[in-house]
Design a protein around this ligand. Sequence first.
Ligand SMILES: [Zn+2]
Length: 406
Amino acid sequence: MTTKSWQGNLWLADQSDAMTHDLIELCNINSGSDHLEGLKRAAGWLERFFAPLGIPCQRLDLPTYSILDDAGSQTTCATGPALRWDLGNPNAPRCLWTIHYDTVYSQEDPFQTCELLPNNILRGPGVIDAKGGIVVMRYAAMALEKFAPLKDVGLSLILTPDEEIGSPSSLGMWESIARDFQTAFLFEPTLADGSLVQSRKGTGTFVLIVRGKSAHAGRNFHEGRNAIAHCCRLACQIDLLNGQRPNVTVNIGRLRGGNAVNVVPDTAVLRVNVRIADAQDQQWIENHLNQLAQKYNQEQLGYRVEIHGGIHAPAKIHDHATQQIQTCVEKAAADLGLSLSWKQSGGASDGNKLQALGLPNLDTLGPRGDGLHSPNEWIELDSLVEKAQLTCGSFLHLPFQPRPMG
Ligand SMILES: [Zn+2]
């Protein structure tokens, strides 16, 4: 089967300007992961954006999640809804398309709007991570509905509001529905050179709370127990884990503590981001961090250390099931005359979690660009049509697919 002359591709080629217009509108709505009102506004916009599919939108309220603040206390946070549309045959094998609509840019971030640059480049918050992917997904779904109606297959589209903070609220949803699907496509951007990702490192954040005892820095300094100083001793030991095991890195990302400089600080909060390549690495780093936390939990000296957090995204492996999807994407690329390359990535996505839940997936069907998570995030606008065509072709090459019409 080939999708070379599929009519949907011609239709998609005509949607370039509309896709750009929609992307700018969506990116100009701030939907930072911590901006609840912005997430709700974006969700409303997205409901209207997907309405032409003619499928009712299911709004799924997600549970709250808690974060440890810089004083070492738990705070409860709410997130926006997940949005879901079910297309095709409800009784047939089902494919999932998903991506997140939150971004890393908070409401206060100076980077809030899009700017068109020469050579059909658009700079803006979330243009590739991952609002460009949402636009790709929506237009690809429209093309399938128009030109390859889904009679023998089901397709669910799901948008989530919390991926950039590790999907704490949507994880429960994935745990309960991942098994309903055979395959998943995710619309994270490609790597900067256009390569797609076939395996990803796992990641997690550990939070170490160090408690000492406050005291006046002049009058009774020696009665104090300096939590920052103790935390620094611990942080240096954690940093020394780097280089001890290939593929494992530990980043001392953030250390907060103290207030007035004439007071011995009684609390320090250390955040450590970890990257791993497999389950053995995960075991290794968890053991070492727990041992160090225990070693520095020196109550007899007046210091307590608690460890929180953990690996939230296991490593994503290039296994046989991933290779089968990759083969479909390669066939679709060949039909379109595109050449693809594949790489590993150090960054995690929801694809890591879905694979760990037994759902094989390919997670870089989004557009090309670079600078994600920075004020220079940009997209190659021409890649929107190309990726929507590639998505449809890949989907139509999946083993359970019907033949396209036209
Ligand atoms: Zn993303």
